[in-house]
Ligand binder design. Sequence first.
Ligand SMILES: Cc1ncc(COP(=O)(O)O)c(C=O)c1O
Length: 391
Amino acid sequence: MSGDKDKFKFIGDALSKRRSNLKYRELKSVQPEFGTPYVIKEGKKLINFCSNDYLGLCSHPKVIERSVEFTKKYGAGSGASRLVSGSLNIHQELEQKLARTFGAEAALVFNSGFQANTTLLSTLADRHSLIIMDKKCHNSLIQGAILSRAVMKRYNHNDLSDLEELLNENQEKGFNRIWVVTETIFSMDGDRSDLSEIASLCSKYGALLYSDDAHAMGVLGEIGLGLNYGMAGVDLSLGTFGKAFGGFGAFVACSSEMKDYLINFCPGFIYTTALPPSVIGAIDAALELIPQLETERALLMAYVFKVKEELIQMGYDPGKSESQIIPVIIGSEKETLELSEFLEESGIFASAIRPPTIEEGASRIRLTITAHHSEVDINKLIDVFWRWKNR
Ligand SMILES: Cc1ncc(COP(=O)(O)O)c(C=O)c1O
């Protein structure tokens, strides 16, 4: 080390590498137009096709009202972690309501989906365990597995023979437990796992099943309760409140004993300030609304069908998407960025997803369709893609 300046060389080097291979990321500041799917970006009005607020609950009057009501009654913060004095009645009531709604023995709220996945896996597995995870699982699940120090093996995306082979060949290797980890709807591809088949494999090989339902909850499954709902054999179901719930936070639905275990041993639950009343209020109202939003879900799925059909007609590849997440797979990073710029110039806000978030050569525009969009918004999206195609 020759001088102070050299201490930070690794930062500059990594950033210039990112810039030179078109992988550099920047924060984009936008101003939402309240109650609409529009945002103002650098003075220009854009239709937001990259929000996870799938049902528009973020600005629903009942959600806002209860959030404000809880803030006025209980304050802006919870004041402490749950095991100290931050476990307010409203946290416990929400957990009871979640367990009842999702038909689980118990539910436990976490501060975010990322935090939950990172801390849960590292609490539920240790260096003597094996975690078998789908290759397309979210980064938070990967971080959780790394932190657990368990042996981690990845099976090819949605390839259940690969999963079975791994389960089979690791049966007699002395692991104290085997966790299989999947998502129900994969976040970058919008495709679906065969959860009931995965659950049968877990039962055949005595493995535990962890299923992240972040993108299905509120949108898919019976009365929008997600794809883990009613599925036998899911030992831990993870839901998030930052997507269709329109708020922030996460929860697990599990057995009462597992909940007690997590309260006693899970660092990401124990050592953090409890979610504030405003957030609990918003989630509480969203939870009441979600089962009633069948019309919104039907509208959303009709939009999804239309957009996918049109993209296919244009010759684009929306992969195996079966949800409101539609990847428009372009391949090259350069062309994806150019398309993203064209979309923005044409009034569409949609994010370009590039490696390392997804695999090399699979750069894409990731569209998310919401029930908040209008027919006019959807037609505009389709029209802009056609214009790019025929440019
Ligand atoms: C599958 C999946 N799990 C968990 C998360 C993290 O959830 P949160 O945004 O609540 O931290 C995400 C968010 O992108 C996700 O896609």
